[in-house]
Design a protein. Structure first.
Length: 94
């Protein structure tokens, strides 16, 4: 994609992935309390940041003894695309 579209190849690749994304059902249990979700993604970690610098929990610390969970539950993934900032490396857009 990058060879064909240059820096915009990142956005083209993201749109291709989003067009086929499907939600799945999960049950999240903490201390005996369960929550059912329909989500595109669940990430579990022990720090404040996830992926490319996305904040999972402002107060999380790598040594706090807790796991933090992030679930992407947008009913319409395209809506989240419209709400998100477009980040394309080295092209000045954000």
């Amino acid at each position: 994609m990058k060879k064909r579209f240059g820096r915009l190849g990142y956005a083209v690749a993201a749109l291709r992935i989003l067009s086929s994304a499907k939600r799945f059902r999960a049950r999240i249990v903490e201390k005996g309390n369960g929550t059912r979700v329909k989500t595109y993604q669940i990430a579990v970690g022990n720090g404040r940041l996830y992926g490319g610098g996305n904040v999972v929990a402002e107060t999380a610390a790598i040594d706090d003894g807790h796991l933090d969970l992030y679930s992407l539950e947008m009913p319409n993934l395209w809506r989240s695309v419209l709400m998100a900032r477009l980040r394309i490396p080295n092209c000045g857009l954000s």
